[in-house]
Write a protein that binds this ligand. Structure first.
Ligand code: KG4
Ligand code: ZN
Length: 338
């Protein structure tokens, strides 16, 4: 059984084919970062136009490797959450392709795809688990009970962790989007006599807030001429603070649920410090394990969409429809339960 996955929720155009026996067969991605970098942020209209230009080109590449007409059992596409214009390109494309080839089409949730993306490489992950979803737009702690059934235990009240990384790196003069570059810069930093706050650390709930951290950093950086070492030290202090607070709350969630499996997913899960510190925490405190996707599947991609489609297809619990579905806001706890 082969599933074609289509991802266009934001600024990455991704198409992939996943086979439940052979694994991932093809994975194509067009990354729009360079286009939006000129503007210092994502321009939604430009993102959707670029999706519509690139999607055919990517499908063509897939066509060369796979006979869509004969081989594909299901087309899964990201229906939300995301930018409405971008989502519409993928949804319309998927439904038109399904209609013309007579293949069923399934809308799937982008955040569920992120959350389960580590399963692409590891069959050791089993429900229930605690999920830490850290992307450009979300910072959430999730109790994952089974496919389609999730409880949101904690949420960011303002900026997402990835957004905070992006804003601070912009202030430090790095290119957009730059969580990865900030992290590289932080490696050259040394500990300084400047401790960034750990917002909401003492609140008993599992929510986050990153805007105060951002203001704290902005006040240090703005109107100063900083040399490379000073910038690296600030990057390190900032990264330490973000990783600390993410893990403080995650630890609390694991304790509350008494679970010992953790999945960290979304773009920020590529962060090496977060990976290292969470591995230590899981080993030493919970005698458990933490799972991540491989770095290229931490950020948006078609592989995670195709894989999620395959999980629903296996459950035979899909209601394919040619109705073009987009849900710019689609919380994980509102999926229809299986
Ligand atoms: O999951 P994703 O592609 O976006 C959404 O679906 O929202 O994640 C993108 C985010 C960006 O904010 C980017 O700066 C951040 O992930 N990111 C990182 C790293 N790599 C990507 N943040 C920290 N460290 C990294 N190594
Ligand atoms: Zn994403």
């Amino acid at each position: 059984m082969k599933i074609l996955g289509i991802e266009t929720s934001c600024d990455d155009t991704g198409i992939a084919v996943y086979d439940n026996l052979q694994g991932l067969l093809v994975n194509e991605l067009y990354n729009q970062k360079k286009i939006h970098a000129n503007y210092g942020g994502i321009i939604p209209e430009l993102a959707s136009r670029t999706h519509s230009k690139k999607i055919i080109f990517l499908l063509d590449k897939i066509f060369k490797k796979i006979n869509l007409k004969k081989d594909i059992n299901l087309i899964a596409y990201t229906a939300g959450p995301g930018l409405v214009g971008s989502l519409l390109v993928g949804a319309t494309f998927a439904c038109s392709l399904g209609f013309s080839l007579n293949i069923p089409v399934l809308p799937v949730n982008h955040m569920e795809a992120h959350l389960l993306s580590p399963m692409l490489d590891s069959h050791l992950i089993t429900f229930p688990f605690i999920g830490l979803l850290v992307s450009g737009k979300h910072t959430q702690i999730i109790a994952a009970y089974k496919l389609g059934k999730y409880e949101i235990l904690g949420n960011s009240l303002d900026d997402a962790a990835g957004e905070a990384f992006d804003k601070i790196s912009k202030l430090l003069g790095l290119k957009y989007p730059n969580g990865h570059e900030l992290s590289n810069l932080a490696k050259k930093g040394v500990k300084i006599n400047l401790k960034f706050p750990r917002p909401m650390k003492n609140h008993s709930n599992l929510n986050f807030s990153f805007s105060g951290l951002k203001t704290f950093a902005a006040n240090i950086i703005k109107n100063k001429t900083l040399n490379f070492q000073q910038k690296a030290n600030i990057a390190k202090a900032f990264e330490d603070a973000v990783v600390d607070i993410l893990l403080i709350k995650t630890k609390r969630a694991l304790n509350q649920k008494k679970w010992s499996n953790l999945v960290i997913a979304g773009g920020v899960s590529a962060n090496k410090l977060l990976r290292k510190k969470s591995e230590i925490m899981m080993r030493e405190v919970f005698n458990g394990k933490v799972f991540f996707a491989r770095p290229e599947f931490c950020t948006d991609n078609g592989a995670m969409i195709a894989y999620l489609g395959s999980l629903y297809y296996k459950k035979k619990n899909i209601f394919p429809s040619l109705e073009i579905t987009v849900k710019p806001k689609w919380p994980l706890d509102s999926l229809s339960l299986l």
